[in-house]
Design a protein around this ligand. Structure first.
Ligand code: SDX
Length: 428
């Protein structure tokens, strides 16, 4: 991969040659590992210009608005694939044959239940606890039930942990919701598809098991696909960094859930609905656009902007199409959609947003669909975490398969140079 070189000239020192590595797509990288021997570090807060790893799973071109999983464009996966098939591709590199798909689906179905004692964790939380707090706790606690398969260096243990996590996330997510609603927990059913099963566990009760609306199940499955993986974002980088210490996969995914919770990241989908509620009416849009542009105001237009996409987030486009489909097929006329579309139109024509290439991201429209499906706002980021588990665990598995070192960034130190201890009676 290294056929080009960069030369670093440091005053007073001999030039340093650094290999330039090329991937199969995207920018080249300058391999700076040799710099430690030169007594200097690179400095890149927020990792704006840093490739932290090599990966074959997901590729993003932020300028062209391209997102591919194992080379398959997200638009094609969203239209033609389903979530479990996408999980298979993320985990194993190829779309499954019919036989492989049936086997994988069967394997996931046989692991959807959680240990009955997992219910006890719920009782430790207030009913009004944020479901992301509960998910952090429950997913981390899963490792307590699988002492027989936590050897990360054993490929079979890595495999069964990946299956268990993908299979059990919908069950735990639904448990969180039912607990908050004071309703009995619904067990998974093996006769339902992945998305149908989730909606069954969320909205059915022991008193009545309604047939799951296929339109809603398809929309749910597509939302899972759109959130499945996204290169080295903050939560995926958290999973990799946690994994590099040898922590068990359940702890790594719990760390990813915690990182995703932030409103600048996965928490944005919940924040978009809260923002639309706050704006309330088209007549208030200009006021909130002004707030978003005001450097002295911490308010940001939630669901807008992205570290990588400086063009449309391709997921936002598919999400918007799905939004239109679901609302029209359900005959829902949600004023929030009108408000969101007007907000997008005004923002996209405002110089501040245009100059900074701020476009709607995956979170801008997702909440409106989730609301139409009946998912409460507080569960939006849980849905994101549920879907992203496939990407997190695929990246975690790749890290182990490709070899890794413990992640340990350095710093530029700007604190006090050495000074002597000051006895208490001499301090002013
Ligand atoms: C996700 O990384 C991923 O892949 C994440 C994700 C995934 O799938 O994993 O795609 C999921 O997290 C999507 C992003 C969801 N977050 C939001 O919608 C929250 C609102 N967006 C912003 O917080 C922001 O856009 C970020 C955090 C998403 C990106 O921040 P960056 O890359 O650090 O960009 P920045 O803050 O440096 O912004 C550049 C400029 C700044 O202004 P100036 O200093 O140039 O004057 O744009 C401004 C910012 O103030 N800006 C915004 C804005 N986003 C950026 N101004 C108003 N509203 C916004 N939403």
């Amino acid at each position: 991969m290294a056929d080009k070189k960069a030369q670093l000239i440091i005053e007073g020192a001999a030039p340093v040659e650094l290999p330039i590595l090329s991937g199969t797509a995207g920018p080249d990288v300058i391999d700076v590992r040799a710099l430690t021997n030169q007594g200097v570090f690179t400095y890149d807060p927020g990792f704006m210009s840093t490739a932290a790893c090599e990966s074959k799973i997901t590729f993003i071109d932020g300028d062209k608005g391209i997102l591919m999983h194992r080379g398959y464009p997200i638009e094609q996966l969203a239209e033609k694939s389903d979530y479990l098939e996408t999980c298979y591709a993320l985990l194993y590199g190829e779309l499954p044959t019919a036989e492989q798909k049936a086997e994988f689906t069967g394997l996931v179905k046989n692991h959807t239940m959680v240990h009955e004692q997992m219910k006890s964790f719920l009782n430790g939380f207030r009913r009004d606890a944020h479901p992301m707090a509960v998910m952090c706790g429950m997913v981390g606690a899963l490792s307590a039930f699988y002492h027989d398969s936590l050897d990360n260096n054993n490929p079979q243990h890595r495999e069964i942990s990946a299956i268990r996590l993908i299979a059990k996330m919908p069950t735990m997510a639904a448990m969180c919701y039912k607990y908050s609603a004071g309703q009995p927990i619904m067990y998974p059913r093996n006769d339902l598809s992945y998305a149908e099963n989730f909606l069954h566990m969320m909205f059915n009760t022991p008193c009545e098991e309604k047939k799951i609306n296929p339109i809603l199940a398809k929309a749910m499955d597509r939302i899972f696909i759109l959130h499945a993986d996204h290169e080295q974002n903050a939560s995926t980088s958290t999973v990799r960094l946690t994994g590099s210490t040898g922590a068990n996969p359940f702890a790594c995914i719990a760390a990813g859930i915690a990182a995703l919770w932030g409103p600048a990241h996965g928490g944005a989908n919940e924040a978009v609905l809260t923002m639309l509620d706050e704006i309330g009416d088209v007549s208030n849009i200009e006021k909130f656009i002004a707030k978003a542009k005001d450097k002295n105001d911490p308010f940001k237009l939630m669901g807008f902007g992205h570290r990588v996409y400086k063009n449309f987030d391709p997921r936002a486009k598919v999400m918007k199409q799905t939004c239109d489909e679901v609302l029209s097929e359900l005959g829902i006329n949600d004023p929030k959609l009108e408000l969101a579309m007007k907000l997008e139109e005004i923002a996209r024509n405002d110089p501040y947003f245009k100059e900074r290439n701020l476009y709607p991201n995956v979170d801008f429209y997702s909440g409106i669909i989730l609301k139409a499906i009946g998912i409460p706002t507080s569960m939006f980021t849980v849905i994101f975490a549920l879907a992203r588990t496939a990407g997190w665990i695929a990246q975690w598995k790749e890290m182990y398969a490709e070899g890794y070192k413990i992640g340990r960034p350095r710093q530029i130190y700007t604190g006090y140079t050495q000074r002597d201890y000051l006895p208490l009676d001499q301090r002013k």
